[in-house]
Design a protein. Structure first.
Length: 83
């Protein structure tokens, strides 16, 4: 599991814009410089919210698979992860 950032580290990240952080990450050479960015065709609709820094949780759900028993434990784990 990755390390959790301290409140001070999160505050430092909030002081930087996304391009600055992206440029710094590019120096790690973990992927090609042409990957992992959001293009200009996606505008910010809520600039008044300011910079957002935090942790992301992603999930894949399938409500169309027939014959599978419903088990809410996975859903509860997701809720716990984002709480």
């Amino acid at each position: 599991m990755p390390s959790i950032l301290t409140p001070e580290q999160l505050a430092e990240l909030r002081s930087m814009d996304s391009p600055t952080v992206a440029n710094a990450i590019e120096t790690f050479k973990v992927r090609d410089d042409t990957q992992g960015f959001l293009g200009m065709d996606v505008p910010c609709h809520t600039p008044e919210f300011g910079v957002m820094v935090g942790y992301a949780v992603t999930a894949t759900a399938n409500s169309m698979a027939p014959g599978r028993a419903r088990d809410r434990r996975g859903l509860m784990k997701l809720y716990d992860a984002v709480a």
